[in-house]
Design a protein around this ligand. Sequence first.
Ligand SMILES: [Zn+2]
Length: 131
Amino acid sequence: MAIRKRPDHAPEEMLEANRRQLEQLANACGEEAGLHRPLAEVVGGAITGIPEDTDLAQALSDRQTTDRLVQLLDENREQVERALERVREGAYGICEACGHRIPAARLKFQPSATRCVECQSHWDRLNGRTA
Ligand SMILES: [Zn+2]
């Protein structure tokens, strides 16, 4: 796995790259083409909520799973766009729910995070999403 240089100093650039990647993946899901690599390899950590060993081609054979994948891609892209908004507002790295600083380790692992772990898990429960 490649180690990105200075991830904490260029969140916008990284988030834009993530967004483009997610858009491409959403398109690819619709086309069902060229998806014979393991999903984790294809997305390179740009998406969360899919087990790392998920094989996208196999997943696409199941219509329901495909719908879920597209939904996850949309959710992730929304989250990335939200994080980009926070960057523009100068509030990147600040939890939008409680206003505390999001730990650097969390941002490194999940650059599109706009809430701290506690607020995110609370939000996930409220919205019926499982982390
Ligand atoms: Zn919080």
